[in-house]
Ligand binder design. Sequence first.
Ligand SMILES: [Zn+2]
Length: 467
Amino acid sequence: MLIYLIFDVEDLVHSDSDDIPRDIGTMLADDGVVATMCVVGEKARLWEQRGRRDVLAAVAQHDVCLHTDRHSVHPTVSEYLADKDWADGVAEIVRQEGQGARDLARILGQYPSSWGTSGNSWGPQVPAGTRLVGIPSNVYTHVKAGDTGACWFAGQLCYSDYVGLPGGEDAYCDDEAFERGLPALLAEIERARQNGVGCIGLFGGHPTRLRYRVFWDALNYNRGQNTTPTDYQFAPRREDDAYRLGLRNLRRMVAAVRELPEVRILSVRALNQRVPPDHTAISWDELGKLASDASQSAVISTDDSTASPAQLLDLLGRAFLTAAIGSTRPKCLLPRLVLGPVSQPPLLDQSLVVNATQLLSMCEALVRHIDATQHLPVSLEVDGVQIGPGPFLRSLTRAYPHVLEGTLTPTSIEPGPQEPDVAESLAQEGIYKMLPEWTPHTPDLKLEKLALHMRLQCWSLKPALLI
Ligand SMILES: [Zn+2]
C-alpha cells in the first residue's frame, strides 16, 4: 500500500510558527523521508517577506502542495464558490488558486504537486479549476469512487482518504496519549492494507499545533470574521520541552509506519506518477461489455475505472455515429474528458419511441455539444420532448448490440435514473454535512448551488487505477 505523508502548513497569525515546518522538514529529510508539505500561498509569501531562507530550504527538500491561496481568510473557497454557476466558479478557482500555485513555484522552486482542501472549504469546481492551472491532483477531496483511494472527478485526479494519530498534535506532545494512539493508528493502516486500499494519506499534522494549543484561525477567522494583523489574538503556547517531545513522537510515528509490512511512504508527486493518464483506448467489445453491464443495472454506476458515466455516454454516441456510417471502423475508441451537465436536466415523466434517424441525430447533437464544451448537454430534444443524459444513456446501452449488427430499430426512451447513484449521498456528505462543520465558515453559507454542481459532476466520477 502506498502512503503519502502530509502536513498542513498554514498558520498566518503566529510568526514563530515558521520555525516548525523547518524543524519537521529537516528532521524527516535526515531520516530519508520525503513528505508532502501542503503550504498556504499566503504563508509562503510571509516567509519570503520575512526573509526566512532557512524555512524555505528545509521545506523545499520535500514535495510541495498548495493548501489554498489564503486558507481561512474570508471569503474562503466554499464561500467564494457558493453563489457561482459552473463556469464562473471554475474561473474564480483559476484566478484565486492560480495565484497561489505561481507563488509557491516562485518561492519554493516547485510547482505544486496537488491542491489540498483547507478545513472543509471545498467546492465541485475546485478539481476542474486546479486542473486548468496545471496542478495534477487534489488531496482531502470530498469525492470518492471505488477502493483504490484515488478517483477522477471533473477531469482531476482526487485522493480522499487519510488517517492520522488519534488525538492529533496534542497526542504528539503527551507521551501517554501517544502510546495509546500509535497502536490504534497502525491497526487502522493495517486494516486498510488488508482491505486492498491502493493508497492512503497519513496526516502528519498541522506543524503550528505542536507549538500552539488552539488553531490560529479559530481565534481570528471564526464564523466569517476577518481579523487584521494589528488585532490578532494569539493562542496559548507550549513550552520548549513539550514542543521537542512532539517532534520526537512525530518522528517515532513515521518510523513505526515505515516498518509496517508491504507499506511504502512516498510523496503525492511520486504517487501522481503511479496513476496512468485518463485516456486508455477501449475496444468495441469492451464498450459492448460496459454497455451491457450498464443496461442491466438499475442505477447509473460510477464504479468502472474504464469510463465515467459521462465518458460512457460520449463513447456510445461516437460509436453509434461511426457504426451508422458503415465504413471501416477503427479498432478502438479513446475516452476523452467529459464533464457533467452545467444545470439540472429535465425530468422525463413518460416514455417515447424514436426511430433510427432520430436516435442518430440525438447522438450527433450529443457529440457536437461535447466537442464544443467538454460538458454533457443538459438535455437533447426529440419530437418536442427534452431528454436528459440519464434516460438517453440507458436507451443507447440497450440499442448498442443492434447498431453493431446494422439492425437499428425504433428505440424506446424511458423514465429512469437521472443521475449517478452516488450523487445524492456525496452531496449530502460532502456539502450539506461537511461544509457547516468547519467553524471558520460563515454561518449563512449557502449550500444549494455547491450541492447541485456536486451532483451534476458525479457524471464525471470514476475510480482511478494505480500501477
Ligand atoms: Zn488547513
